[in-house]
Design a protein around this ligand. Sequence first.
Ligand code: PEP
Ligand code: MN
Length: 370
Amino acid sequence: MNTNLDIIPINKWYKGLAEKPVIIAGPCSAETKEQVLQTAVEISKIPQVKIFRAGIWKPRTRPGSFEGVGTIGLKWLAKVKQKTKLLTAVEVATPEHVKICKQNPESVDILWIGARTTANPFSVQELADALKGLDIPVMIKNPINPDLSLWIGAIERVYNSGINKIAAIHRGFSPFEPTKLRNIPKWEIPIDLKLHFPKLDIINDPSHISGIKKYVSEIAQDALDLNMDGLMIETHINPEKALSDAKQQLKPEELAVLLERIKYRLAENKNPEFISNLEQFRYQIDSIDQQIIELLAHRMLVIEDIGAYKADNNVTIFQLKRWKKIISSRLQLAKDNNVDQNFMRKLLQLVHKESIRKQKNVLKLKNASK
Ligand code: PEP
Ligand code: MN
């Protein structure tokens, strides 16, 4: 698989985007000319914000909800660009949307592909075909389901169409059961994406993860602490009256406070004392990991012996009583040592599964040699 895509980072897309994290803000949807312009003017007073977002074609889950103002919204975005220094971004979901944006270069600087679209490779391919020959940055939201391959696939399809200004947007994943958040962040997935495409910038969208205002700043802070490259935060001049996602949108002044309060940590610190201290911590962790692995290897050797011994004496591999005792004694030990119970339970299950696999192999070999 091609993991070395020659992706151009956000900082090099346009002048004015040199600083990280890149902050994108604007309403979920463009609703009226006044709403778009008033929101943009207020947002443009916040120095951290560089890109204005507004959906003009809205992929709503059910028909009958507000589906966006359509092409007329592009005129309002052109005005935003005239009146402020903000760059503009809109969502495209069909080749027709791409075509219309292409015909209105004075309105749109950046495109994004929404979560519902990313989940469908046919739609992504159609968009990719429509993007051929264009030199416009494209941001690709994660699919609604936690499937890293779909996300990677969408990025590859867009890249293969000749677009190299690409970033990803992490907006969380639909939960099966109601949770406090609208979408579960599952941070491990964007981290895996970064491991897969080291040059790819990832923007976090705390608004769609939160679903309500209250959690937006907390999620945004988590994202920056994980070294994400930017934030996309839904902001509306009058959120209570918003035609879509009313509960999660901030007022411009609330956004200003959030961006003021949030802690921007360094991905790197060249201070020699810090580096030397960090190395000492890492040395300890490396050494502990080595011991854990050696102990696990030792455990597996004993497991093979016990497997052989059980097989020779015609005893089953799994014994419920023993497994229950392992769980309760180890969980107690974990508790005594301040290790999280949930984590310990998962770890035990993993180790136990591997032990059973090993013992099954021993049994198979024994049976084969009979
Ligand atoms: C949006 O950004 O307004 C949107 C529709 O988001 P998502 O595709 O993440 O659901
Ligand atoms: Mn929205």
